[in-house]
Ligand binder design. Structure first.
Ligand code: BGC
Length: 931
């Protein structure tokens, strides 16, 4: 070993947990990432690692040395399994081998990483002595019939003679959403905890370190305010309330540990708590909140007179889980861009300049007693007023009723809105006292606080805005679960939307926690035992909270509706997660869900493909489909379903193999072959054309490699590729694809050697096109390519949101083909670098934080000179494929078109000549067609 190297090891992480505090596992797997700034070090490969595990106080430290290359999810090395509440300090150092520019091979050892703190959660439900408490009487209702927020509280003193408090933890959850205070100080910075889940099957709880909030002498007060949240708010177009139960509840366990005694002092929720109304007169997710300052202040929400006695809740508490995903938080603040009078003159409009999910925070407001200020939220304005129609039944309204005192830093607590504009009534820039100004209010962006991992930018600012829109589409919709839009009366975890967007999402952020929880619920809801549910069918949205109950008379429920693409999420989403994060557990946990889908969730015809009588969403929102009949697009829904069924069957064959289920793998492999034969019989004409002859159909055919044979020596996939080229040119590079086709088209064109057509589509700005929304000022991905029509009016379709992540899937093409980065091996141990430059772009830069470290890729195009600069993190490697066959020369030693390189900095150059540009549309003799 020759001394220390410039390779550093970042603090280790545990399982897929976001910060190691509250890991629900006795033997957590450990991962670490590397960085290296010394450009002389090449091909650094780990040959062994050491993990040091110490107890919290630094005593009892043990080092475990393991030979090997693994640095992602290595097994817990100690023979000792951890128990509930255990704390450990863990650090890592690694032995590596690398080469220097002079070709010498060396070995070295890294410094120890900074330590990571690990704390185990409560591993068993019987670690809980607290009970879910609720009111003894019926839960009080707000005037609109919603569950009124209540505060549960308890005062206590610490026992005498127990010594100094060394740590205090609050374990807490609710039926509803909550916020907690200790001695008047807010606990934690979570928003809307415990989040949205299938509450009858799993319940997330949070752990807070409250050591600093406990008073060792005198009295302590803990208060927990609970509101309807996802548990009981009016939900969907059916506005069904109390879906998970008629009463909200709180379950809390405060454990205070002392330096000199082993037994903690514990306060748990039980009948000794009290509850009372708060200053929140009403609060629901869709409709917003009404805060009556006269009933108390934010600082003292429980200082009110209306009290309720408390008893244990009769609603069963399901399996308690400390989530791996980070909580929802305020992750960003946006200052108003503009404030102006509405067209009617009766209200004021605030423009935040960005569409997002969140809420407003009033920095300072003073009004006379009894007067109210109302904020309504919407995504777009038209004719000088906010357009509320796309929200459908949603009110998106927050109201403050003043008691005459100043209000500082007020925001609604248990709601979120999807908006760019806010209409304010009752407060104006013209007010003499405390007028509304740009500094009186701020927009708070909220979403699950995932770590950002992917970036893309290039020399074209419109394309950058398109990418930003996709990013904001994700930010706005990964809010506790991956929902589809944050604004109208849905905000549900539609399975198809995530299936389409998953690869983009996994690149932009670390989604491992949020999607894993969603998949847990997918399986549990899929296996629902109910006379109204066919077990195994994948629900259309997760949590599946619209399932009909016996007492509902079917008035609001959606009975089982097997559907491809949406259902295929059960197989494809875990598959994509596995590829990004390299965790086989994503596959083993979901394997039965996948089997159930293929065995019971697909309605098959005699040939094993989908029964054509089964209605399908198909290429949802194909721009040519009727405005209010979005499944009736130009590509047959059953065709799409069949393509996905074959792909899913192939994927599960691979998964079964990875999980050592070779017999099942062979069976699925065989079934996939049979289905592909049936598919060809059904959809290939004798001359080898594909039915339907649409961009979506051809893209799926090519993406899923559904045809490989030749007719008269002409390979059919080439024929399909030229047909796809024709369809794209015939449509003048405008979009003819919906949710499904749009996710596959550009990559299919690129894959078949027609990347110039993808670029021609990218630069087309007429409606519908990728950049059309950008030309209309979009700041998020829209639900439809033409959610706003070119005259500035809102598409009359009843489903028209301006913040849907699904069509943001175009960013996957930007990352993988324009930028040129894509995983080959799971977890990005080996990845592909294959940019497809275009003359219209001078450069593109793509960055990804893989499980090994930061990958940086930039290419520039200066005339015919193409230059690629790539940084590969230690312990991983890349296959670089330069853009042009032949004509390749290089200033570095690497001159071949395809190179495998290890870690380090690599600079390659070649000549790039683009002959076909711009490609020609296939137009009628009289010029451009009207679409
Ligand atoms: C949602 C979609 C979803 C679809 C299912 C819509 O109302 O917003 O994004 O996938 O329904 O067809």
């Amino acid at each position: 070993m020759s001394g220390l190297t410039a390779v550093t090891v970042q603090p280790p992480t545990f399982e897929q947990h976001h910060d190691g505090f509250g890991v629900q596992c006795a033997r957590p797997r450990i991962s670490w990432r590397f960085s290296c700034l010394d450009e002389r070090i090449r091909h650094w490969t780990q040959i062994a690692y050491e993990i040091e595990i110490s107890t919290k106080d630094g005593e009892n430290s043990r080092i475990f040395k393991v030979l090997g290359n693994d640095s992602v999810l290595v097994p817990w090395p100690s023979p000792e399994s951890l128990t509930s509440r255990a704390c450990r300090i863990v650090r890592v150092r690694c032995y590596g081998r690398y080469s220097l520019p002079n070709g010498h091979e060396e070995e070295s050892i890294t410094e120890w990483s900074s330590p990571s703190r690990l704390e185990i959660a409560l591993l068993a439900n019987n670690d809980w002595t607290g009970r879910m408490i609720t009111t003894s009487e019926a839960w009080p209702l707000s005037p609109d019939g919603s569950a009124r927020p209540l505060c549960f509280h308890r005062t206590f003193k610490l026992p005498l003679n127990r010594g100094v408090v060394c740590s205090a933890r609050l374990y807490i959850t609710s039926h509803g959403v909550y916020s907690a205070r200790m001695n008047g100080t807010a606990i934690g910075d979570h928003v809307l905890s415990p989040g949205f889940q299938s509450f009858h099957k799993r319940l997330h709880y949070q752990i807070y370190d409250v050591t600093h909030l406990v008073a060792s002498s005198g009295s302590n007060k803990i208060e927990v305010e609970v509101a309807a949240g996802w548990f009981a708010s009016a939900w969907t177009w059916a506005r069904k309330r109390f879906i998970y139960g008629q009463k909200l509840g709180v379950l809390a366990q405060l454990e205070i540990h002392f330096q000199d005694t082993i037994d903690p002092f514990t306060i748990t929720t039980d009948e000794s708590w009290s509850s009372s109304v708060t200053a929140l007169v009403s609060s629901e997710i869709y409709d917003g909140e009404t805060y009556d300052q006269r009933l108390g202040t934010n600082a003292n929400p429980s200082g009110h007179s209306e009290h309720f006695t408390v008893q244990e809740s009769s609603i069963p508490v399901s399996r308690l889980i400390s989530p791996e995903a980070a909580p929802v938080r305020v992750v960003d603040r946006i200052e108003p861009k503009d404030i102006f009078k509405s067209h009617s003159g009766r209200s004021v409009i605030i423009d935040f300049g960005q569409n997002f999910a969140g809420r407003v925070c009033v920095r300072r407001l003073r009004k006379s007693c009894g007067s109210s200020v109302t904020f309504r939220h919407a995504e777009v304005i038209q004719n000088g007023g906010l357009v509320y129609r796309p929200l459908r039944t949603v009110q998106a309204r927050d109201t403050i009723i003043s008691d005459g005192n100043e209000i500082v830093n007020w925001h609604p607590k248990y709601t979120f809105h999807g908006f760019r504009y806010v209409e304010v009534t009752g407060w104006s820039p013209d007010d003499d006292d405390c007028p509304l100004t740009r500094s009186s209010i701020v927009g708070e962006v909220i979403h699950t606080d995932m770590v950002r991992t992917g970036w893309f930018s290039c020399s074209n600012s419109d394309v950058n805005r398109l990418h930003e829109n996709s990013l904001w589409g994700m930010k706005s919709n990964f809010l506790s679960v991956p929902i589809e839009c944050p604004s109208r009366d849905e905000r549900m975890g539609w399975t198809g939307d995530l299936n389409i967007f998953a690869q983009t999402a996994n690149f932009l952020y670390n989604t491992s926690g949020i999607i894993r929880h969603w998949l847990d619920d997918l399986y549990l809801d899929q296996m629902e035992e109910s006379p109204h549910w066919r077990k195994g069918v994948v629900p259309l949205f997760i949590p599946n909270n619209l399932l009909r109950k016996d007492d509902d008379n079917g008035c609001h429920g959606w009975d089982p509706m097997p559907n491809a693409v949406w259902g295929d999420a059960a197989i494809m989403v875990p598959w994509h997660l596995y590829h990004t994060f390299g965790d086989l557990e994503f596959l083993s946990r979901q394997y039965d869900s996948m089997l159930q889908y293929l065995r019971n969730g697909v309605v098959r015809g005699e040939d094993g493909l989908w029964d054509p009588e089964q209605w399908q969403f198909g290429d949802w929102l194909d721009p040519r489909a009727p405005q209010n009949d979005s499944g009736r697009g130009t590509t047959d829904g059953t065709f799409i379903a069949d393509c996905f069924l074959i792909e899913s069957t192939r994927i599960i064959a691979k998964i079964a193999c990875l999980l050592d289920r070779s017999k099942e793998s062979a069976q699925f492999g065989e079934t996939a072959l049979q289905l592909a034969v049936a598919w060809r019989k059904k959809y290939l004409t004798p001359s080898g054309y594909v039915l339907s002859d649409s961009a979506t159909a051809l893209s799926l055919t090519l993406s899923f490699n559904l045809i490989s044979e030749s007719i008269n020596d002409k390979p059919l996939d080439e024929q399909a590729a030229s047909r796809l080229s024709r369809v794209v040119r015939l449509n003048d590079f405008k979009i003819t694809t919906g949710f499904v086709g749009s996710a596959y088209l550009s990559r299919a064109l690129t894959k078949t050697g027609n990347s110039e057509l993808s670029y021609a589509m990218l630069f087309q700005k007429k409606c519908p096109s990728y950049l059309y929304p950008v030309t209309m000022g979009a700041t998020t991905s829209w639900e439809r390519w033409d959610s706003m029509l070119s005259d500035g009016s809102v598409n009359p379709g009843s489903m028209t949101s301006f913040n849907h992540h699904a069509l943001g899937s175009i960013a996957h093409w930007l990352h993988a083909d324009v930028g040129g980065l894509e995983a080959i091996d799971p977890g990005w141990k080996l990845f592909r670098v294959r940019p497809r430059p275009n003359r219209e772009l001078l450069w593109a830069e793509t960055v990804f934080e893989s499980r090994y470290g930061r990958i940086e890729l930039k290419w520039t195009l200066d005339g015919e000179k193409f230059r690629l600069t790539l940084r590969v993190p230690p312990n991983s490697s890349a296959v670089i494929i330069l853009p042009v066959e032949g004509n390749v020369h290089s200033t570095s030693k690497i001159a071949d078109r395809e190179q495998r390189v290890g870690s380090g900095l690599h600079v390659l150059e070649c000549r790039f000549v683009q002959t076909i540009w711009p490609p020609k549309a296939l137009l009628p003799p009289w010029g451009r067609a009207e679409f």
